[in-house]
Design a protein around this ligand. Structure first.
Ligand SMILES: Cc1cc2nc3c(=O)[nH]c(=O)nc-3n(C[C@H](O)[C@H](O)[C@H](O)COP(=O)(O)O)c2cc1C
Length: 498
């Protein structure tokens, strides 16, 4: 196809793969703008909430929390897919990351191609492209068989190709991360909204937010309605919110995004997967401490046709995950997960928006590589999110605030010296935040900034598994070649969102 933006089917052929990218809480925080026959822009789409579209406000707030970073990682993953889509059409995309950070910070990437000239994709590009349609976040148990080292190396290489440094977390680090993740889940679950009315969201019902449209975080096109109210407060010069208030708001936002919605965004409850039978589970608790089954059909012995273990199994020996000791009669049965979860951590050199986009591209290339080699993945990023949330710059005097979450974990010190040094060296709150994430594991041998943690493994029990694909919403695509710009809608004959 010599002119990929000639018509709506052509445009969707390029953009549809981008929509299949993973995104934080399935927020799909991207939009696309065709600005010339040979150029398309990828923008951060931060929804209908206060400050709609103002990624810059979100980004430069004294307390931005994890959202802007994770939106950018998500957009980076979409960019990777977009690049592959161009390659299978024969185009060589030239990418500029964050081309205009001062005047147009919402413009995350500009993608330029040479119109009228194509050359065949390589077999690896074709394989990665094909994997786009197979990849899903898999929160189900993996087999106890360790992933072949050669595959882990291939994943590391794939990430390195995009300037992301993906590393296997071995024994003690892995066990430590599982514990930190369980603690983070518990901290989020405990931060129930006590009616402080901070975010103006829906009323809390059974620990979940109800909203006018049945759980969707916004009433509009389904784009994320961000935690802009916190940042709005701060940027407006109001007293900075406390860590506890930020945590409560974060929990509310997660509840909104995991409450189950059929509007094509948020994480549906069927995708939560089963509850693990371990004290330090290798998957996130998206029920936010709830006791009900994660979703699907539960008839007392089977969930979605899968038999559940009545009692936790596994003994946590040999360095494996420890068994829960708090199982009570009447509890939701829990599923046995792999004994030795294999975790990998993705790092970048720095912690600016361009690095987050690199992280997203590296993540996606690694995930597609894994998929093409029969390996599934899920994510375990909640400690990084809490580090972002807790690490704020006091708007009064610009000083670094300590991290209550980390302080409550003596084994995971935020090294005061490192934090102080970062305070002297950096004038950017965004950059300082990376230090909080760096010190989550205590003394690590790595200097770079952690961005993501994934769990990899061979999927198990395929027969009883429900469909784990997550729906997508209709994207924001603007064709700005005409005046006024027009919205591009899905062609009738085009592929439907899956
Ligand atoms: C930045 C980022 C952070 C994520 N964090 C988590 C996480 O902590 N736990 C989890 O289970 N999934 C996490 N996910 C996966 C998303 O929930 C998932 O991509 C989304 O629901 C879409 O589903 P899919 O990946 O199956 O297409 C994360 C994804 C991204 C891009």
């Amino acid at each position: 196809m010599l002119k990929p933006f000639a018509d709506a089917p052509g445009i969707y052929r390029v953009i549809e793969p981008a929509l299949r990218a993973p995104s934080v809480c399935n927020t799909q925080p991207w939009s696309f703008r065709i600005v010339a026959d040979d150029r398309i822009e990828l923008r951060a789409n931060v929804g209908n909430g206060p400050g709609r579209g103002r990624w810059d406000l979100l980004l430069h707030s004294p307390a931005p929390g994890p959202w802007p970073r994770e939106y950018a990682i998500s957009c980076g993953a979409a960019l990777m897919n977009l690049r592959l889509a161009f390659r299978v059409l024969g185009h060589d995309p030239v990418i500029t990351l964050v081309p205009d950070p001062v005047d147009d910070p919402g413009l995350l990437a500009s993608v330029e191609i040479m119109v009228g000239r194509t050359h065949k994709p390589g077999s690896l590009e074709q394989e990665l492209y094909d994997a786009i349609w197979q990849r899903h976040t898999d929160r189900w148990p993996f087999s106890d068989t360790p992933v072949r080292p050669g595959i882990l190396v291939e994943m590391e290489r794939a990430a390195a190709h995009e300037h992301g440094w993906l590393r296997v977390l071995h024994g003690p680090f892995s066990r430590r991360w599982l514990k930190v993740a369980a603690d983070a889940d518990a901290a989020i679950a405990a931060a129930r909204d006590r009616g402080n009315g901070m975010n103006g969201g829906g009323a809390v019902r059974d620990g979940r937010h109800s909203t006018a449209d049945g759980g969707a975080p916004d009433g509009g096109n389904g784009a994320p309605d961000d935690g802009m109210s916190v940042t709005g407060d701060d940027t407006a010069g109001a007293a900075p919110a406390t860590y506890e208030a930020l945590l409560r708001q974060f929990r509310d936002e997660l509840a909104q995004r995991t409450g189950g919605s059929d509007s094509g965004h948020g994480i549906p409850r069927t995708a939560f997967g089963p509850r693990p039978a371990t004290a330090h589970p290798p998957v996130r608790d998206f029920t936010l401490g709830g006791t009900e089954p994660a979703g699907g059909e539960w008839d007392g012995t089977e969930w979605n046709g899968v038999e559940w273990v009545a009692e936790p199994r596994g003994n946590g020996q040999n360095g494996g995950t420890a068994e829960r000791d708090d199982a009570r009669p009447g509890d939701v049965p829990r599923e046995r997960f792999e004994r030795h979860p294999q975790l990998m951590m993705l790092f970048t050199d720095r912690d600016e928006p361009a690095d987050w986009l690199r992280a997203g591209q590296a993540l996606q290339r690694a995930l597609l590589t894994a998929t093409s080699l029969g390996v599934s993945a899920s994510f375990l990023t909640q400690p990084l999110e809490l580090a972002d949330l807790a690490f704020r710059c006091d708007s009064q005097d610009g000083r670094l605030r300590r991290l209550p979450f980390l302080e409550s974990h003596p084994g995971l010190p935020l090294h005061r010296r490192a934090a102080d040094a970062s305070q002297r060296r950096s004038s950017s709150a965004v950059e300082r935040r990376g230090y909080a994430r760096r010190h989550l594991l205590g003394a690590t041998p790595w200097l770079e900034v952690p961005q993501m943690v994934i769990r990899v493994g061979y999927p198990e029990n395929q027969a009883g598994k429900p469909d784990i694909s997550t729906p997508r919403q209709e994207p924001d695509i603007i064709d700005a070649r005409s005046a006024p710009p027009v919205r591009v809608t899905r062609p009738r004959s085009g592929p439907a969102p899956r």
